[in-house]
Design a protein around this ligand. Structure first.
Ligand code: FES
Ligand code: FE
Length: 481
């Protein structure tokens, strides 16, 4: 759905050329990736970071807000596309705009607050004033300063040329030359529908996002949520020890990989096999599931939500998701928690983690509150899972900055599937989009993420074909992919 109009001022960004030093590194990434390795350098390197901001974040769809954050005319939130601050506004006509938060006079940020409701934004420096669709509507002391009205066509806020939404998730692109959001999402859009579209009223944010800085590269988090189930029984073992979790050891075995075009990936779990045949729909209680409308689901979608629902996922480049059933305290009441999170790049090896809790619009306040509190307990900024992950991720940029590791041209290891006896081949009976595998072993989702990252970094267009299969696996596993 397109929800914005062109003008007053749009910006289109063309692919940039790759500078020689970066090109050499990307060639090394290409060679390494063919061998299912990733050079350490890409996780803390100024040239890589700058290229990511230019090649990826100005040339593809990036999540900016959920519509439930700006439900009324005049509502706005301040967000980011890569390192650029943007204001996401809803105008009096209900249109959503994504505006550059840089004043056209001399570059001050015209909006200094995280969220609010306003028809205008007045720059704090000299007072140029813009309407909430970005148009320049006021310049102090206009007659003496400029003699005549400045033309809004030339001096309004820059506006993202493409803004579209799916299931209330608003994405913007700083390039006009992108496919539609639905085309870009592909199979990930189908999965998003399964996650938040099972009730016609949909889901909403339960509050503003938690935000905190992590000394880790944004890709490390995106890759983890793309489907790293290998870390769960190790890094999060303390949650099993205090009886918040159970059966973590089987996380990879019951994992179910979903790989889609354009670097999008999800990882589900075969809960009906692992827990109980009746444990369908993420384990939501009957008072919730009774209100779901499953009538529009295709065969694959119905199978997924009943038997192998997604637990985590990453929509390229930096929007991730997690949903699972957990108690709020050991032995306490359980809730299904849903969080969407965004890995906001700050600089090489540093990001800001933004995480939103989501609840169903139709559920009672009491139920929503319990889901929110439980979500904060596990995946809030002090959540017992969240802290485990962020501490582990912070080692990556340190390794990437290490002169020793660079001298040795160290690679990170993504070869899990090579000699594994576990069948990781794409499921031949799968009728849904993309690739489905009946295991979480193999690191296929992470590789799918990095292959797309490389493609876009090398200047390829932001839309790729179906997820690429690794020829290495086919050769080494005797014909099985
Ligand atoms: Fe905004 Fe001067 S920088 S009015
Ligand atoms: Fe984790």
């Amino acid at each position: 759905m397109t929800i914005t109009s062109p003008s007053p001022k749009t910006t289109a960004v063309s692919p940039t050329t790759v500078e020689p030093k970066l090109e050499a590194l990307l060639n090394r990434v290409e060679t390494s990736l063919a061998d299912e390795l990733v050079p350490v350098d890409i996780f803390n390197e100024e040239t890589v970071f700058r290229a990511e901001m230019e090649q990826i974040f100005t040339r593809t769809w990036v999540f900016v807000a959920h519509e439930s954050e700006i439900p009324r005319a005049g509502d706005f939130v301040q967000r980011r596309i890569g390192v650029d601050p943007v204001i996401v506004t809803r105008t009096g006509e209900g249109r959503i705009n994504v505006l550059s938060n840089y004043c056209r006079h001399r570059g001050s940020q015209v909006c200094q607050t995280d969220s609010g409701n306003s028809r205008f934004f007045k720059c704090p420096y000299h007072g140029w004033t813009y309407s909430n669709d970005g148009e320049l509507v006021g310049t102090p002391m206009m007659h003496h300063a400029y003699g005549e009205k400045l033309d809004p066509k030339d001096w309004s806020l820059m506006r993202a040329p493409r803004v579209e939404s799916r299931q209330g998730f608003v994405f913007a692109s700083l390039s006009e030359e992108v496919p539609t959001l639905d085309e870009f999402l592909g199979g990930a859009g189908w999965m998003l529908d399964l996650i938040v579209g099972l009730h016609p009223d949909g889901m909403r944010v339960a509050g503003p996002p938690d935000r905190y800085k992590v000394k880790a590269d944004w890709k490390t988090a995106a890759e983890n949520f793309a489907g790293d189930v290998y870390h769960v029984p190790n890094l999060h073992w303390s949650t099993e020890e205090i009886k918040v979790s159970q059966g973590l050891q089987g996380t990879a075995e019951i994992g179910r990989a979903y790989e889609f075009e354009n670097g999008h990936n999800f990882m589900g779990h075969a809960w009906t096999k692992a827990i109980h045949p009746g444990f369908v729909l993420w384990g939501y209680p009957p008072e919730i599931t009774e209100q779901f409308d499953l009538s529009g689901l295709d065969e694959a979608g119905r199978f997924v939500v009943d038997h192998e629902p997604p637990t985590v996922g990453t929509i390229f480049p930096n929007l991730s998701f997690i949903r699972f059933l957990t108690p709020a305290t050991p032995g306490g009441p359980v809730s299904v928690v849903t969080s969407f999170r965004q890995w906001q790049p700050i600089g090489p090896g540093e990001m800001e983690l933004w995480s939103w809790q989501f609840v169903w619009n139709f559920e009672s306040e009491e139920s929503a509150q319990q889901a929110y509190v439980t979500g904060q307990f596990v995946f809030g900024s002090a959540g017992i899972f969240e802290q485990d992950d962020t501490v582990a991720w912070e080692g990556v940029p340190r390794a990437a900055a290490s002169p020793w590791m660079r001298k040795e041209q160290m690679n990170f290891h993504f070869q899990m599937g090579r000699k594994s006896p576990v069948d990781q081949s794409p499921d031949p009976d799968w009728t849904g989009p993309g690739i489905h595998r009946n295991t979480g072993y193999g690191e296929h989702t992470q590789l799918n993420f990095y292959r797309h990252w490389l493609r876009v970094m090398k200047g390829g267009d932001a839309k790729s074909a179906q997820p690429a299969e690794s020829t290495q696996h086919i050769e080494q596993n005797g014909g099985r992919a």
